[in-house]
Structure formats: structure tokens, C-alpha cells
Design a protein around this ligand. Structure first.
Ligand SMILES: [Zn+2]
Ligand SMILES: [Zn+2]
Length: 334
């Protein structure tokens, strides 16, 4: 298991990224890097959530997470007091954030700003791409890390609009809200197809799984946006906002709706992952390249894919027999 409290740091993957063929941005890992489970999209009573920030933090802290970003609509919740209450043992971190909630006509354009230093007001703009770009820029100016949320919510952001956005590395490949149209339909592509389209066009984007949790007082109801549905596992040197966010922006994380990995390595030659199996589950591990093509499917792990140099990019996903998934981040291979 990759749980940081149960895994010796020395056993975690150590990857040298000096490859000639594989560009992994500035991704580097050190002996001290550990895996931290977190959710980067959460609401409280400070916007349309049903619970106080304190109650929300308690839920995540008591369900095996190590960090949480509070992202109310156009509201920056103060987290110093929460961290003083919940992080005395340095085992849990609350990061401040905001869901910058903008629109273009009837379309809902939501961009998270993680660890912004001040409230960012919705910026508006003259097209969908312009609104997104102006908000991404404003989040960067406030020293925050942007991520573009639920593109298919109200069918608001097309793949070509998403592809154009500059200075943004992250978008939601999975969001636990029940009305975000993850699978697409009616001729609109699902988000994995959108991701492969954008990656195939040469734009590097990393995929996040998030809860977008609003409702903590109706547990188990699939019709509400409850917690615990999608999260990220981030490989960072320490449990600190800037270390976590820098790791995410270099793609050093994976996203999950339940699948946990015990090992994950990318070297200049290959990508390898090992699933931490649960007793009765079976798995398919797919390595995907340009155009969304499945390059290789493994039925057991460790699963390895050796790069040929012609893939454009390689990403992996794990499909579990009850519908859980995990998504690795793409490595550019050329
Ligand atoms: Zn939203
Ligand atoms: Zn939200």
C-alpha cells in the first residue's frame, strides 16, 4: 500500500528523469518523496455546501486523506484556524482555495484557484476561451494554481476551447458531482476522449479526480455531490501546499476513484505500475497513446510498457472489476 504512514519512504518509487526519449517536464523524485491523498475541490457553508469548514475537514481527515483544498464559489475560506485545530500532528493539511465561478451566456465556467493569496473575482470575457484564459491568468497573478473544472457540466467547454488555454496544466478528468456528464453523449465526447484529443494535438494536460463535494449530511445518496468519490495521490517531499502543488503541476500524481497503486515508475525506457489489489477484484491495465489508441493491455501487475519512441505520449489507466478506476499522467514520448 502507498499509505504514507504504512510505507517506508525508501520503498517508494525513485525515478531518474534524464531521458533522451521521454520528456517528463521537470518531474523528479527524491528518496524522501511520499504519497499524499488529497481532494482539491470541496464546498462548505461559505457557498452552497451543507456543512461548516470544520465539519468538512473532519470528514476528510477521518477518511484517510492527508490534504484538502476548500474551494467555495467566489469565496476564499480562511484556513489558518482549521490548520491550527486539525494539523497539530502534521498529518493533515488544509489548503486555501476558491472556485472562481464565471459564465459566458448560459454556460458555466468554473476554474479552481488552489492556494491563491487573495480572492480572485470572476473576470468575464468575450468568448468561452477568453473567460477561461482571463480567470486562469488572474489566478496565476494571485500566485494560485489553476485547474479547469467539469468541462461537460451544462456542456459548457468544448475540447477545442479547453485545448487553447495557456498557463494551465490541470483539468478534471473525473468529478464526483452527479450532473457533470463525464461520459459525454449526444455527440459530445466524454472526458477521456477529450483528454486524448488534447494530448494528441501536442498540448500537455494532466487529469485530476475530485469530489466537488457539497453534501455531507446525506451519506450514500448517489443523487447528491457527496465526498469520497474521486481523489489524487500526489508524490511530494513533504505535506506542504507548495510542495504538493508543484508536484501536481509536473504531473507527479495519479487520480483515482478507488484503485490504489503500490508502485508507479516512469523511466526513459518504460512505464511500470503495480496495483495494490483488493481481495476479490480483477484488473485491466491499459497503456494509451496518440489518438486514444490502447497500445497494450495487461491483465495483471506489475504491468510494464516499454516506449518505442513513436507513441507521442503514453498514459496508463487501471480498470477495476467493480468500476473503480485510476488514471496515470501522460509522459511525452518522441
Ligand atoms: Zn463548479
Ligand atoms: Zn464546485
Amino acid at each position: 500500500m502507498m499509505h504514507p504512514r504504512s510505507t517506508p519512504a525508501a520503498a517508494l518509487a525513485v525515478v531518474g528523469i534524464l531521458g533522451l526519449a521521454v520528456a517528463l517536464g521537470t518531474r523528479t523524485q527524491t528518496q524522501a518523496a511520499r504519497w499524499y491523498k488529497g481532494n482539491t475541490h470541496t464546498h462548505t457553508l461559505n457557498s452552497d455546501g451543507d456543512s461548516t469548514p470544520d465539519e468538512v475537514v473532519k470528514w476528510y481527515r477521518s477518511h484517510g486523506y492527508q490534504f484538502l483544498v476548500l474551494t467555495d464559489h467566489n469565496f476564499l475560506t480562511t484556513v489558518d484556524g482549521l490548520n491550527a485545530l486539525h494539523s497539530a500532528s502534521e498529518k493533515f493539511l488544509v489548503v486555501k482555495g476558491e472556485e472562481v465561478t464565471d459564465k459566458f451566456g448560459d454556460l458555466s465556467l468554473h476554474i479552481n484557484g488552489l492556494d491563491v493569496e487573495r480572492l480572485v473575482e470572476p473576470q468575464g470575457g468575450k468568448s468561452v476561451a477568453d473567460v477561461l484564459q482571463r480567470n486562469v491568468n488572474a489566478i496565476r497573478e494571485a500566485r494560485g494554481i489553476p485547474h479547469i473544472n467539469h468541462p461537460n457540466y451544462r456542456w459548457s467547454i468544448t475540447k477545442d476551447e479547453l485545448r487553447q488555454i495557456q498557463n494551465n496544466k490541470l483539468f478534471e478528468i473525473y468529478n464526483g458531482h452527479p450532473q457533470v456528464n463525464l461520459q459525454g453523449g449526444g455527440g459530445v465526447p466524454g472526458l477521456e476522449e477529450v483528454w486524448d484529443y488534447i494530448l494528441s494535438s501536442g498540448v500537455l494536460l494532466y487529469g485530476l479526480a475530485v469530489d466537488d463535494a457539497h453534501t455531507f449530511k446525506d451519506p450514500g445518496n448517489p443523487a447528491v455531490a457527496g465526498p469520497g468519490r474521486g481523489w489524487v495521490m500526489v508524490r511530494a517531499e513533504r505535506l506542504e501546499a507548495r510542495a504538493l502543488l508543484a508536484a501536481m503541476e509536473r504531473g507527479d500524481f495519479y487520480s483515482s476513484t478507488g484503485v490504489v497503486l503500490s508502485d508507479y515508475r516512469v523511466t526513459p525506457k518504460e512505464m511500470t505500475l503495480t496495483v495494490a489489489k483488493t481481495t476479490f477484484s480483477k484488473y485491466r491495465i491499459q497503456f494509451i497513446g496518440k489518438g486514444g489508441k490502447v497500445l497494450h493491455e495487461a491483465l495483471d501487475s506489475p504491468a510494464t510498457y516499454a516506449f518505442t519512441g513513436a507513441e507521442g505520449y503514453v498514459r496508463a489507466r487501471v480498470l477495476e472489476s467493480n468500476g473503480q478506476m485510476a488514471w496515470m499522467q501522460p509522459a511525452i514520448v518522441k
